[in-house]
Design a binder for this molecule. Structure first.
Ligand SMILES: Cc1cc2nc3c(=O)[nH]c(=O)nc-3n(C[C@H](O)[C@H](O)[C@H](O)COP(=O)(O)O)c2cc1C
Length: 184
């Protein structure tokens, strides 16, 4: 299985979680890491190149820090540009069909706040619904997301632990048994 990890962090060198996650997953066989903000500092996305990258991989992971309950803006632009009519949707747009799509996100707030009684009121999976629905729309298989919370002032051990959990989740092949549109 070929995995493409699209890392969307506006300042990866200053990051704790996403920087380490990227370093760790990049060492795995069959994994291509694609640092969006480094590749497109001018935000001028090469759509053909990105579409080819997606076509060449089986599982696409969108990895990003959770910003205002969504993804950083360059990743939103990537989705707008790359999931084009005639490629991702429309009668001839079937290139996302059957691709596995996973979200991997870090949050400042602990995940315990992401529940009805918590400060964030909704679960991470609920807040990621727009991604899930988008991927359902283009025929991709939306895999259970990976989220790691409480990244405000984390210890090195916490970051290391999150990186191990992330890689385990990212490489998990057993999601396949869930098949088609996974509700989380
Ligand atoms: C613009 C901005 C918006 C943020 N919005 C949220 C948010 O909605 N929920 C949350 O839990 N954390 C939020 N955070 C905190 C980040 O998610 C957190 O700093 C990040 O996940 C840490 O990962 P990193 O070490 O890779 O930068 C926000 C941070 C910034 C800079």
């Amino acid at each position: 299985m070929k995995i493409l990890v699209i890392v969307a962090h506006p300042n990866l060198s200053a990051s704790q979680a996403n920087k380490r996650w990227t370093e760790v997953i990049e060492k795995e066989n069959g994994v291509t890491v694609h640092r969006l903000y480094e590749i497109y500092p001018d935000w001028n996305i090469d759509v053909k190149r990105e579409q080819q990258l997606v076509e060449d991989h089986d599982r696409i992971i969108l990895q990003f820090p959770f910003y205002w309950c969504s993804c950083p803006p360059l990743l939103k632009k990537w989705l707008d540009d790359v999931l084009a009519y005639g490629w991702a949707y429309g009668s001839k747009g079937k290139k996302m069909h059957g691709k596995e799509l996973m979200i991997a996100t870090s949050t400042g707030e602990p995940l315990t706040e992401y529940r009805p009684e918590g400060e964030m009121k909704y679960t991470i999976n609920e807040l990621l619904r727009p991604f899930e629905i988008t991927m359902n729309y283009v025929g991709a298989v939306f895999l259970p997301p990976f989220a790691f919370g409480g990244i405000h002032a984390p210890s090195d051990e916490t970051i290391e632990h999150s990186a191990q959990l992330y890689v385990e989740h990212a490489l998990n092949k057993n999601f396949l048994s869930l098949k088609k549109q996974v509700r989380v």
